[in-house]
Design a protein around this ligand. Structure first.
Ligand code: MN
Length: 288
């Protein structure tokens, strides 16, 4: 079956829309599986599965104005050039007073987005991996270095990584020493999700907040199509709970690391549904 080439229900023009969805089909150097550059197209296609009304939020997505900008033409660019172009694009969206929703691509797209945001913003990253290496395979832009690249320009105390269950010993020690907030899947199991959400809310209070969802934070049983799957992940409902209860004001979102060819479409379905929820959760929160 043929689907329209835009995200379902993104029927508004750029000028009218409050939310701008765009793809960054960029895969630079995934360390295990490949194909994250195909994710924007597959997540858009998956989005047509869903009905517009939602029983949890009471919203009908057809009543929220959002726009699908298409993909940024960055596939063949060197990482530093891609980074710069993404930053320029996000600055435009922010200055137009709109909310950016990026569909990656591998996780290397995220630092360029955050670089365009206010320099006092808080960042919450949901990720199985700590990604705090200074470089990986002599490459500072590798997706294994994402949190370190964000820490190049944001204070480590503004960076929260949730769901971590994989790191190299040295990067873990470095991240702890530098003051990155690390919340492992084990912490979530022991302390409970509500207590974790409460502490993040306290730490982020009063700051604008950006959220990056690496789909590999979710257990590979639910989201197998990802570059570097890690067992013992969060359940989709736990991630939904985190998304629903993050402190406001949320100022942007990305979903990364879906590698569509490694499953029967369920990972793209999950990414599409979570993106639809982000729009609804943000719509019901009081604006800053
Ligand atoms: Mn990851």
């Amino acid at each position: 079956m043929e689907f329209p080439d835009y995200f379902a229900d993104a029927e508004s023009s750029y000028a009218i829309a409050s939310y701008i969805i765009f793809g960054i089909p960029y895969e630079h150097s995934s360390s295990f599986r490949h194909g994250a550059d195909k994710a924007p197209q597959m997540i858009r296609e998956a989005s047509w599965n869903y009905e517009t009304y939602d029983l949890i939020t009471g919203f009908d997505l057809s009543e929220i104005s959002f726009h699908d900008y298409g993909d940024l033409p960055v596939q063949k660019l060197q990482p530093a050039v891609m980074y710069h172009q993404v930053t320029t694009f996000i600055k435009k969206i922010i200055s137009d007073n709109k909310f950016p929703l990026a569909i990656g691509g591998d996780h290397s797209i995220t630092p360029g987005i955050i670089h365009a945001l206010p320099n006092d913003c808080m960042v919450v990253v949901l990720d199985a991996h700590l990604d705090y290496r200074q470089e990986y395979n002599n490459d500072p832009f590798n997706h294994a270095c994402v949190i370190r690249r964000i820490a190049d320009f944001l204070p480590p105390s503004h960076i929260h990584v949730i769901g971590v269950r994989s790191a190299e010993k040295q990067e873990y020690l470095d991240a702890q020493k530098d003051g990155i907030h690390i919340i492992s899947n084990h912490d979530i199991r022991i302390q409970g999700l509500q207590s974790i959400i409460a502490s993040i809310t306290k730490q982020c209070a009063g700051y604008p907040l950006y959220l990056s969802l690496d789909i590999d934070v979710i257990d590979p049983a639910y989201a197998p199509a990802t570059s570097t799957p890690e067992p013992f992940g969060l359940a989709p409902l736990e991630v939904l709970t985190i998304l629903e209860h993050l402190p406001s004001p949320l100022i942007g979102y990305d979903t990364v690391e879906v590698c569509p060819s490694y499953d029967h479409g369920q990972t793209a379905l999950l990414a599409a549904k979570l993106l639809r929820y982000i729009i609804q959760f943000h719509s019901r929160k009081p604006k800053p």
